[in-house]
Design a protein around this ligand. Sequence first.
Ligand SMILES: *[C@@H]1O[C@H](CO)[C@@H](O)[C@H](O)[C@H]1NC(C)=O
Ligand SMILES: O=C(O)CCC(=O)C(=O)O
Length: 199
Amino acid sequence: MNNLSQVILELLAISLGVDRLYYCKFFEDGRSVMRGNNYPPCRNAGLTFGTGPHSDPNSLTILHQDQVGGLEIFSDNKWRAIKPRRDAFVVNIGDTFMALSNGRYKSCLHRAVVNKERVRRSIVFFVNPKDDKIVRPPPPQKRKDINVIMKKEEEEEERVYPDFTWLDLQEFTQNHYRADTTTLQNFVHWLSSNKQTQP
Ligand SMILES: *[C@@H]1O[C@H](CO)[C@@H](O)[C@H](O)[C@H]1NC(C)=O
Ligand SMILES: O=C(O)CCC(=O)C(=O)O
């Protein structure tokens, strides 16, 4: 799973036009975790969720669900079922990767519904950096074409999120806040008011 996440991170870097190994290096000493989910059947399946709507605070989520199905993502104002496939993983962007891409990739709201008759299982690999790594998007790649000399202001994109560590975001989402679509905004607010109260 670590090797697979490295390949995905390289592809993401290529898609963003940044140094293709930036994210691979960033995560190489990371603290990824795997979790198995077991959802017992529920006769009144419409009254509950397996996992309520949330966005993942981590960086990437690589998920595999069994053939029962139940994963749904919120896209274009609608909940859409993700059809299970034996031969595929679902890759979700989390809040930390949203920050690492300076807001270009968006973290994805999702949930899991339960089945009336059958137990459902999923296995989830959360890609995380090392706890104390500073989350910061890579600088834009220098243009190979030396005829184009860009001004400094043009090279430097405005930062959408301040620097933070994965440890800080974990503390926020585990002790102070239930992950949703506005986790990062609220985290940034919490972080700045926390810093101000420190000596
Ligand atoms: C994962 O990557 C390492 C380092 O490149 C390599 O030695 C290892 O064989 C890979 N493992 C798998 C299962 O491909
Ligand atoms: O079981 C699923 O398909 C979703 C699980 C999930 O969202 C989670 O574990 O955070």
